[in-house]
Design a protein around this ligand. Sequence first.
Ligand code: SIN
Length: 289
Amino acid sequence: MNQLRNAPYRHIGTQPIAGSLGAEVSGVDLADPHPEALAEIRAALLAHQVIFFRDQRLTPDQQLAFARAFGEIHLHPFMEGMADYPEILEIKKLPTDARNFGGAWHTDQMFAPEPALGTILYAKQVPSAGGDTLFTNQYLAFEALSPGMQRLCCSLRTVCYGDGAKKYQGQSRREFYAGKTTMKVKDPGDVQTTSIHPLVRTHPETGRKALYIGGHVQHFADMTDAESRPLIDFLMAHSTRPEFTCRFRWRTGSLAFWDNRCTQHFAINDYPAEIRIMHRITIKGDRPF
Ligand code: SIN
């Protein structure tokens, strides 16, 4: 039972959008939030794993100021930030683009040795229908496993790739996206983009255990791909079961803030003739344990 979900707030309201995770937060203008509202937003994030705000009007500077209230900014090693705001990644899909960014279950920057704590995604332009984002609760996914499977998972470590033939259907990230998106993939230089993490991580703030799996996982440490794949496939299917998920319908001005340490997400690519533009900022996290 998550007692944090019933926490009393003075500056914000919260309304869960599903039984498993996700809540809409009301009563706050993110362009100029009260310092105590920021503390309550952090509590709401820990309580609900992903929180949503409606009808916000934010400049890039205001979105950055909001993000910095929760930590330092994490730069994406593969994706070019905006020309004037390199800390902001513009996620853009045009009618001429076949692929979208984030269109598979994953948790952000899992390939990094210190993956992103959280992600703040702000909707600038959304399709008339479609382009929703799915989220799943990885605490519940862990807790629903049998004791034997929990013990096995606690003993395993994952090898996670940000790029290369191992991740993108036999292609590099650049080849996978070439000609299929207007977003630019860049060379990460000497930034580390392959990392080993525990398959079950302890959340550093709540102390709860969560399954830490997503699309960047290629195999288990000290095991081959063939040995690892059946269990990875089972855990991916298990951890994204409908009863662990919520679905967010965007409007222009909506903002989502998710905790990458205990969730996965999936951007649905179902709006072929329309435009979707989002501004994404990720916040630095720590080494999973
Ligand atoms: C992402 O994976 O960060 C993108 C999510 C989205 O665009 O809905």
